[in-house]
Ligand binder design. Structure first.
Ligand code: FAD
Length: 514
């Protein structure tokens, strides 16, 4: 009894010492941070929002949120923490819009950098009349703002994500994939130059020619090597309108064959995506709200209930003057496909409306309180040769319905990805993005996570060689296996650009030495 009492007292004493040390540590960190000469400011009170993200499952409260007004605010803060040395507990997480799924933009007791505060100067569009126009933007800029600004010059970025209320730094840290990627590659393949604040607080410009190791490392680098404060993004002439079409398939192989045909060679479409639809009642009726059926009578007789269907979604860009030529081209391209003929639905909208389409759903979901629910999403990159097997096992068996969120499926060409970037993809020339974007209520999360685990286990057991996109792992071994042959370079870059491992701790790849 006496020994137990001694052990208990000793434990309490030890814990009190640790708590006291931490408190001293934090209070000395706070006072030294408060003394930093910044143009913007550090916020210590109103910080709760920085502990949340779109995934709505992870919550880490930071010590403070930096609202930078200049790049040097970011550099001085990081340099200050770097100078504190490895014994300081402080880590730093850049936060775009916090659209991460599992706390990737969070840090416990560290500094969150609110990247949207960084508007060093207006968006600047260059080479407007020249063959290779580009725009210089802040790392905290939203893609929707870039669209609005560049359209004033009749220009727009080439490669997008499905949702544009994401930041440049956030998507370039991952890849940035959408239905244009088959032609232009992901967003990380459409960047000419970056300005980076490294984990030592240096401000470096980088590109293919200057500091190229940092440039390639940061693209798809999960924020591990530096904060993207500026990016130079390639532009092209923007269309004014898009012709947007959907058709259905019953058979996955026929659907995939047509998708692959469309992403190869002489395809006339500008965007190719697709969805899996399982057991949806009145599907085509819901499409009628925004699309027009080619054959209204036959479309009205089509039943989706109880069936697994595959929807091909394609878009053709055009300018109003070219409408007739475009209609003819589209007709010819569609005639080569083998979809169920009664299911062709078409609409025409402005380019801007098309690109910002997910925001329309966001507004509706927010109004119903259904946007800020948990999102246990699963994003996978599946090699083409294994896609039929994946579809059979996952769409045919494990997924029983798609009513709680879209399941997006489309192929992209690896040739459009720069293998020198940190982004990880399967080895094959063509691979598919499979995005299972389920929303859950608090009680349903575990069930969906269990289903996601089954999908991963099935894929591993079948040796499908897939890679996770927007991946989340908890052990170093899993990260090593995720990066495969790129792991050694990843570790080397970490020790070169962020030797104290203070950046982007939410990914749980490296731990700050304490
Ligand atoms: P955050 O979530 O805030 O940050 C993401 C990561 O990047 C964190 O690790 C953070 O520390 C780091 N980071 C943020 N800013 C910087 C910076 N300036 N410098 C360095 N590191 C930084 N992705 C696609 O590819 N295609 C899609 O079609 C697509 N659709 C989506 C639709 C919705 C509704 C949502 C919520 C997400 C979608 N995404 C898509 C995922 C999106 O790319 C990621 O959520 C990404 O993280 C961008 O979000 P964010 O800008 O809010 O970044």
């Amino acid at each position: 009894k006496r020994t137990m009492l001694i052990v208990r007292s000793f434990t309490i004493l030890l814990l009190s010492c640790i708590a006291f040390k931490l408190a001293c540590c934090f209070s000395s960190s706070i006072s030294s941070l408060k003394a930093l000469p910044l143009v913007g400011h550090l916020e210590f009170e109103d910080i709760y929002h920085a502990s949340k993200d779109f995934g709505n499952r992870y919550q880490l409260l930071p010590l403070a949120v930096l609202h930078p007004k200049s790049v040097s605010d970011i550099a001085s803060t990081i340099r200050h923490i770097y100078m504190m040395g490895p014994h300081s507990q402080l880590t730093v997480a850049a936060r775009g819009r916090g659209n991460s799924l599992q706390g990737q933009a969070q840090t416990r007791h560290g500094i969150v950098i609110h990247m949207e505060s960084l508007h060093p100067q207006k968006l600047q569009v260059h080479n407007v009349e020249a063959p290779a126009p580009y725009v210089d933007v802040s790392g905290g800029e939203l893609w929707i703002n870039i669209l609005h600004e560049t359209l004033k010059y009749g220009l727009a970025p080439k490669s997008w994500t499905d949702y544009l209320h994401l930041t440049v730094g956030g998507t370039l840290s991952n890849a940035g994939i959408s239905g244009q990627a088959f032609r232009h590659g992901p967003q990380i393949s459409n960047v000419h130059q970056l300005e980076i604040v490294t984990g030592k607080g240096e401000i470096l410009n980088c590109s293919e020619r200057q500091n190229s190791d940092l440039f390639h490392g940061v693209l798809g680098g999960l924020g591990q090597f530096g904060i993207i404060t500026r990016a130079r993004i390639a532009l092209e002439a923007a269309p004014s309108m898009v012709k947007w079409m959907r058709v259905l398939y019953q058979d996955f192989s026929a659907f995939a064959r047509d998708q692959e045909r469309l992403i190869s060679g002489d395809n006339k479409f500008d965007y190719v995506e697709g969805f899996v639809i399982i057991n949806r009642t009145g599907l085509l009726n819901s499409w009628r709200l925004s699309f027009t059926p080619e054959d209204p009578l036959e479309a009205s007789q089509f039943k989706s209930d109880g069936r697994t269907l595959y929807c091909l979604e394609v878009v053709k860009y055009f300018k109003l003057d070219d409408k007739d030529v475009i209609n003819q081209e589209v007709k010819e391209s569609l005639s080569e496909l083998s979809y169920i003929s009664s299911t062709l639905f078409t609409t025409e909208v402005t380019y801007e409306e098309f690109l910002d389409r997910v925001h329309v759903s966001e507004i509706k979901l927010r109004a119903k309180g259904q946007w800020e629910v948990p999102h246990p999403w699963l994003n996978l990159l599946v090699p083409r040769s294994k896609m039929n097997e994946f579809a059979k096992g996952v769409f045919g068996k494990i997924l029983s319905d798609t009513s709680n969120g879209p399941v997006i499926v489309y192929p992209v060409n690896k040739a459009k990805w720069d293998n020198r970037s940190s982004a990880v993809t399967p080895e094959e020339e063509i691979f598919y993005l499979v995005a299972i974007l389920t929303s859950a209520d608090k009680d349903g999360v575990e069930q969906i996570l269990e289903r996601n685990r089954r999908i991963i286990e099935f894929s591993e057991a079948a040796g499908l060689g897939l890679k996770q996109y927007l991946a989340h792992y908890t052990t170093r071994e899993e990260w090593r296996s995720h990066f495969g042959p790129k792991w050694d370079d990843f570790v080397r870059r970490k020790s070169r650009y962020d030797p104290l491992a203070m950046l982007a701790p939410g990914h749980r790849i490296f731990q700050k030495a304490v």
